[in-house]
Design a protein around this ligand. Structure first.
Ligand SMILES: Cc1cc2nc3c(=O)[nH]c(=O)nc-3n(C[C@H](O)[C@H](O)[C@H](O)COP(=O)(O)O)c2cc1C
Length: 436
């Protein structure tokens, strides 16, 4: 591939040399386009020696080749690492006041940027807005890492490791981070109908850099200090989805509602876990994450009702029948849809609901799920038929994934097998929906 590596004027500019080297080692031709400020941190000879190509910061050099248009036109991928707050602002505004921004304006290939800056700059409303706009235009903006910054301070804003940047960048073109030889395997973001490949390889890289929230398990509504209203969800499917999303390159938070520790022990390192118990706690956790999530997968089984009041002390037998008043719980998925539609969440956020239905004598479980998708207003709905003791607690599952199309619910995937296998297919459907 022909890759443009943009380097801007941040303290992490030296790390771009490792990104450059890693891309070259994988067989790619790399043209480095630094900004003037970047050259104050790392000089042109470093970029020229490591890339074997000339370096310029301005549109007024190499004019005979119309470089300010040609470089972008010929690129198969543009990576900017590190990307300053200033670069994000200039790119968002469509400026072309140096060779890098002109290249970004003329590139029609995937663009992947790795911002690095102080935490305050990263969380500044202008930067948040610029990032959201660039993402909405189709750019991949890799979330910065947390850690030591320029001075003694720490926090989100650090440039991710060069290998992670390379992986995310190549994934944006549908390639793995393997060498770019003729027989190097390419990774398709959407799961193909090829069962000879492993579950992991099918999902690998498809959600690189995305922030994914998965809820799992089942909520419990206290009746008294020892009893609760609950459901039979084990959390296995949600945990498998979190693992699949992490394998696909996402930063994953699992909001676990009463999930056994042995189920959580199967999660890959790096998946954050937040424990909740009641529907109100689950709602609060989901809402807290809503503003920064690219994808929210609501796999937890939520209690529709809760006791109007939980008894302070353990309830005793009275010899009479007992009637418990229930009040309706908030509709968490509907609430997330409303937040998103009000523009209070990340632009382009994808909401995935789950419907565990049994159907009835006159309505099929599938048609109930399709109706739920349209009623809730989410983007995708994963349906599983739970009649006859299926799904709950088992290691296998069978699902149908619907998307909300112009003419109603459209089937986009069908998957059956282990919960890990099903999860990879669901995550592939999520990645496909994100790139529509
Ligand atoms: C020591 C030093 C470190 C800097 N580090 C960063 C940084 O990490 N991120 C950032 O956005 N700006 C940083 N800046 C500010 C940028 O260099 C400045 O905004 C510059 O105009 C960016 O130009 P460019 O976007 O054209 O490269 C730093 C400045 C100095 C002096």
């Amino acid at each position: 591939m022909r890759i443009v590596l943009g380097v801007t004027g941040g303290i992490a500019a030296y790390k771009a040399a490792h990104v450059l080297r890693g891309l070259r080692e994988r067989g790619h031709a790399v043209r480095v386009v630094p900004t003037e400020a970047a050259l104050r941190f790392v000089g042109a000879p470093t970029w020229e020696a490591l890339s074997g190509e000339p370096v310029s910061t301005t549109v007024f050099e190499g004019v005979e080749n119309v470089e300010h248009v040609r470089i972008g036109h010929e690129a198969d991928l543009v990576v900017v690492a590190p990307a300053t707050a200033d670069l994000l602002a200039r790119a968002r505004a469509g400026m072309a006041d140096d060779l890098l921004t002109a290249t970004l304006l003329t590139a029609t290939c995937p663009v992947v940027v790795a911002p690095a800056m102080h935490t305050e700059m990263w969380f500044n409303a202008a930067t948040v807005d610029n990032v959201a706009t660039l993402r909405a235009r189709g750019w991949t903006v890799i979330e910065p890492a947390s850690g030591r910054l320029t001075g003694a301070d720490t926090g989100p804003g650090r440039l991710p490791e060069p290998d992670d940047i390379i992986q995310a960048a190549l994934a944006a073109t549908g390639r793995s981070a393997a060498p770019d030889s003729a027989d190097a395997s390419t990774v398709t973001p959407v799961a193909p109908a090829d069962d000879s490949r492993t579950d992991e390889s099918r999902a690998d890289g498809a959600l690189s850099g995305a922030s994914v929230i998965v809820s799992a398990g089942g909520t419990r509504e206290p009746l008294d200090p020892v009893r609760f209203l609950g459901n039979r969800s084990s959390g296995k499917q949600g945990a498998a989805l979190a693992a699949a999303a992490a394998t696909a390159g996402a930063r994953v938070t699992l909001i676990a509602a009463n999930v056994d520790s042995d189920v959580l022990a199967s999660l890959p390192a790096g998946v954050d876990i937040e424990h909740v118990s009641t529907t109100a706690e689950l709602e609060a956790a989901c809402t807290a994450h809503a503003s920064s999530a690219d994808v929210i997968v609501m796999a937890a089984a939520v209690s529709d009702y809760r006791p109007a009041a939980a008894a302070q002390h353990k309830m005793k037998k009275t010899g009479d029948d007992l009637t418990i008043a229930l009040v309706e719980n908030p509709d968490i998925l509907r609430g997330l849809v409303e937040l998103r539609d009000a523009g209070r969440t990340r632009t382009g956020q994808l909401l995935v609901g789950f419907a565990a239905e049994t159907g009835s004598h006159d309505t099929s479980a599938e048609s109930l799920a399709q109706a739920k998708l349209l009623r809730k207003g989410c983007d995708l709905l994963v349906f599983n038929d739970v009649s006859g003791d299926r799904a709950f607690g088992h290691d296998d599952n069978a699902v149908v994934v619907y998307r909300a199309g112009a003419d109603g619910a459209e089937e986009v995937a069908r998957s059956e097998g282990s919960k890990a296998h099903v999860s990879n297919d669901v995550i592939a459907a999520v990645a496909a929906e994100r790139s529509r």
